[in-house]
Each structure stands twice: as structure tokens, then as C-alpha cells.
Design a protein. Structure first.
Length: 323
């Protein structure tokens, strides 16, 4: 059973505790247990035990016990004593929190462009504006509509990958060619910022076993991030090297860098180390999450190294195909 079951006699001594109960409460798989009244360290749990031993049933009582959340049911036994059943709700509560955060984040991301579109559209409808102003307002409306479209597209991509509905179709892909193709889509922005692309292709790492479209999306997302934070005159470098279990493909920039405390979270959805800068540049906050899921769908792994003021390197390892 995944639920923890504990039975005690009329004097409160535990006569049965299944392995799940021991695991959930942090006790060893074998060995003596304290009496039921002393088993729990949380006051609310001891109140449930006292009620059950007095002959009062307890139905669906939620208990916060340290880092875990339990739903507890307790029933007195006809001959004295009680039976307790523990349902671990910790993972369910975590998923509920993730869902709430996700809804809040999406709402927040959509609110800004929607407010802008609504405001400019109302101005155009209500006031007589000259042709230049009208053109500028329509440009702002179009820009914000495209920003919303990028967010929706990224959300759909992420949902498709996470649900397992997408699986990579592997082939031998020329990394340098895909890198140049990805950079070409950003060439205008790169030229405006004075940022150039460099290639550092390692021996034996010229090609990688990957889905071509997925690799293109990974490199495009990483290059967009690097371009966003690299100052004028900087460089973005696409690097590859042979590692023990495959080929490592990395994107390095000599930009602003990421504070060390942010690194463990940068692959989370909507997490931004520099929120204001990312939104100004039109980022959705989903690019790195998509990169992580695409690489992991190949059986690979992704990591990031950075120092504030010294640039950032994101490395994706694509494993070799089975023989």
C-alpha cells in the first residue's frame, strides 16, 4: 500500500505499522516504534491520536508535518485502541502550487500587451490622429500582438513536449550548419547590436544525433537569450566537443552574466534573472524551459555556467545513438 497504516492497542502501543507508514514518518524499516501518543512530533497530529484513543473517529484531517502534508483518517477499534491511515498529499499540493503559479504567470505575461493593445486601440477610435501617429500606434499594437503570439506558441510547444506527444526523430545533424541557419534568423537584430557569431567546432563533434528541428529551436532560443544580454561589440560562440557519452553543444556569450544564486532556477518556466530587461526585449520566459525539455526528450542533459559580468555558457549534451 502507498498509504501508511498504523494500528495501536487500548494502551496506545503500536501493534502494526506498514512499511509506508514508517517511510512517511521517517522511521527505519525495522526496529521498535514509540507508543502512538509519542509517535508524532506535531501538536495537531497528537490531537488526532488522542481523539481516536478516546473513541472519537477523525475524518479527512489535513496535517502539515514539516515539509510533508498528510490527510489523516483515524478510527477507534471496538476492543480499544485505534487505526490511523495516512495519505501523503505533498506531491499533490506541490503540483497545485505549480498550477497556481503557472496561471498567475500566464495572466501576468498577457496582461501587459493586452493593456497596451487596448489603450492604443481606444485612442485610435476616440481621437482624430495624424497619419504618422496612427502608423506609430498601429506598429505598437502589432508588436504587442506578436508578443502574445510568441507566448502562446511557446506555451503550446512546452505543453506538447511535456505531455510526451512529441518525440524526436533522430538523424545525423551538422551542428555548424544549423547554428548558421539559427543565427540568420537573428541577423538583423545582431547587426543592430554589433554582435557577431563565432563557431568553435571540436574534433569528432561536428555532427550530433538529434532531431534537426529540435536542435534548431534549441540553438535559436539560446542565441536569442545571449543576444538579449550581450553588449554592443560582443560575441556569441557556438561550441561543440566530444564527451564520454555523446556530443556537448554549447552557446557562450561575453555578456552581463547571471548571478550565481539564480542559476539553479533559470530553466524553470517564466523564471527570469533580470525580469525587466527580458520583458523589454520581448522574452516570454519560456525559452530555457523549452530547451531543457527538448534536450531531455533526446535523453540528454542541460547545464549552465555563469559569473556576473563574465558571460554565460549553456551546454546541452546529446547522447550518442545506441549501436
Amino acid at each position: 500500500m502507498v498509504e501508511g497504516v498504523i494500528a495501536a492497542d487500548g494502551r496506545g502501543r503500536i501493534v502494526t505499522a506498514n512499511p509506508a507508514a514508517r517511510r512517511l514518518l521517517g522511521y527505519r524499516a525495522s526496529g521498535p516504534l514509540p507508543d502512538l501518543a509519542e509517535l508524532f512530533r506535531v501538536k495537531a497530529a497528537r490531537e488526532v491520536v488522542d481523539a481516536a484513543l478516546r473513541g472519537e473517529p477523525v475524518q479527512d484531517r489535513q496535517l502539515d508535518m514539516g515539509e510533508r502534508v498528510f490527510l489523516v483518517n483515524a478510527r477507534p477499534l471496538p476492543t480499544g485502541g485505534a487505526v490511523l491511515v495516512l495519505h501523503d498529499l505533498t506531491e499533490l499540493r506541490r503540483l497545485e502550487a505549480v498550477r497556481r503559479d503557472f496561471v498567475a504567470n500566464v495572466s501576468h505575461e498577457l496582461k501587459t500587451p493586452l493593456t497596451s493593445i487596448s489603450g492604443y486601440a481606444e485612442t485610435l477610435l476616440g481621437d482624430a490622429t495624424d497619419a504618422e501617429t496612427t502608423h506609430r500606434f498601429l506598429g505598437t499594437i502589432l508588436s504587442n500582438a506578436r508578443r502574445m503570439q510568441r507566448l502562446v506558441d511557446d506555451l503550446l510547444d512546452l505543453s506538447r513536449i511535456e505531455s510526451g506527444r512529441w518525440q524526436p526523430t533522430l538523424s545525423e545533424v551538422d551542428v555548424a550548419a544549423v547554428a548558421r541557419e539559427s543565427w540568420a534568423a537573428l541577423a538583423a537584430r545582431a547587426a543592430a547590436h554589433g554582435v557577431e557569431l563565432a563557431l568553435d567546432i571540436g574534433s569528432g563533434a561536428e555532427r550530433v544525433a538529434a532531431d534537426p528541428d529540435a536542435l534548431r529551436q534549441v540553438l535559436t532560443n539560446l542565441m536569442e537569450n545571449s543576444l538579449r544580454y550581450t553588449p554592443a561589440g560582443g560575441r556569441v560562440i557556438c561550441m561543440t566537443k566530444r564527451v564520454e557519452d555523446g556530443v556537448a553543444v554549447g552557446i557562450h556569450d561575453d555578456g552581463l552574466g547571471i548571478p550565481r544564486e539564480h542559476l539553479p532556477r533559470i530553466f524553470e518556466r517564466f523564471y527570469r534573472a533580470d525580469a525587466s530587461r527580458s520583458r523589454e526585449e520581448g522574452g516570454t520566459g519560456l525559452g530555457l524551459a523549452i530547451v531543457k525539455h527538448l534536450v531531455e526528450a533526446h535523453g540528454g542533459r542541460v547545464s549552465a555556467e555563469s559569473e556576473r559580468g563574465s558571460g554565460t555558457t549553456v551546454t546541452c549534451v546529446f547522447p550518442d545513438p545506441p549501436a
